[in-house]
Every structure is written in structure tokens, then in C-alpha cells.
Design a protein. Structure first.
Length: 124
């Protein structure tokens, strides 16, 4: 079923394209973005195809280490108890790490990563 979608309000807006030397393009775009931000305008990056780009934080607002640990555990279809047994880390510590009340640390990150089949650096 087709549904009508609201189009973004573009009345009163104009696209401006600039041709600048390639070596200066990044610096110039940053200066322009800074000026527009100072005037309160929202500035968003777009891809070469014209698609709007989003930051990782905008797409995944809850990307804390605890959320990543919990997600990796779910991906492997493991309970906290199973992860504790496989990694040698107490279940209560895993719960505290998932709730961001305990730091994981490098050694624990390596043990968890081995069991969960991910790179240990995602937990640091």
C-alpha cells in the first residue's frame, strides 16, 4: 500500500554549490560549516550521491560498552550465567559491566571477546 509522506520543508531555501581547489576543499567546507553553526543553522554532511550522512551516535544512541557487551552476548544466544562459566568471570561482574557500573579492563575484554567471537577492542 502506498502512503503519502511529508516532504521536508524547503520553501525559502536555496542550494549553493562552490567550486574550489581540491587541496583546499576540506578546510573551506569546515569554515563554512563553522560560520553556519554560529548563526544557528543546522549543517549536515551529504555523500557524493546527495544522501544525508549521520553520525554513529545518532544512529546508535546507546552504544555504551555495556550495551555492546550485552548485544554480543545476545548475538551468541548466551545467558549471563553461560558467559560467566565460559569466560571465568563472575556473573555478577558481567551484570555490572553490562550496566556500566564496572569497568571491563583489557584482560577481561580479551576473555569476553574470545568467548563472544568479537575483537576485544570493542569493549575498551
Amino acid at each position: 500500500m502506498l502512503e503519502l509522506m511529508r516532504k521536508p520543508h524547503t520553501e525559502g531555501l536555496t542550494d549553493i554549490c562552490l567550486r574550489v581547489p581540491s587541496k583546499d576543499a576540506l578546510r573551506i567546507s569546515k569554515v563554512i560549516a563553522d560560520l553556519l553553526n554560529r548563526t544557528g543553522e543546522q549543517v549536515r554532511e551529504v555523500s557524493a550521491e546527495g544522501d544525508e550522512l549521520f553520525t554513529l551516535e545518532e544512529v546508535f544512541p546507546d552504544s555504551t560498552v555495556g550495551a555492546l557487551l550485552k548485544g554480543a552476548r545476545y548475538k551468541e544466544d548466551m545467558t549471563q550465567e553461560q558467559l560467566a562459566e565460559a569466560s571465568g568471570i563472575a556473573r555478577r561482574h558481567i551484570s555490572e559491566m553490562e550496566n556500566n557500573r564496572r569497568a571491563i579492563g583489557k584482560e577481561r575484554a580479551r576473555r569476553l571477546a574470545e568467548v563472544l567471537k568479537v575483537d576485544y577492542r570493542v569493549f575498551l
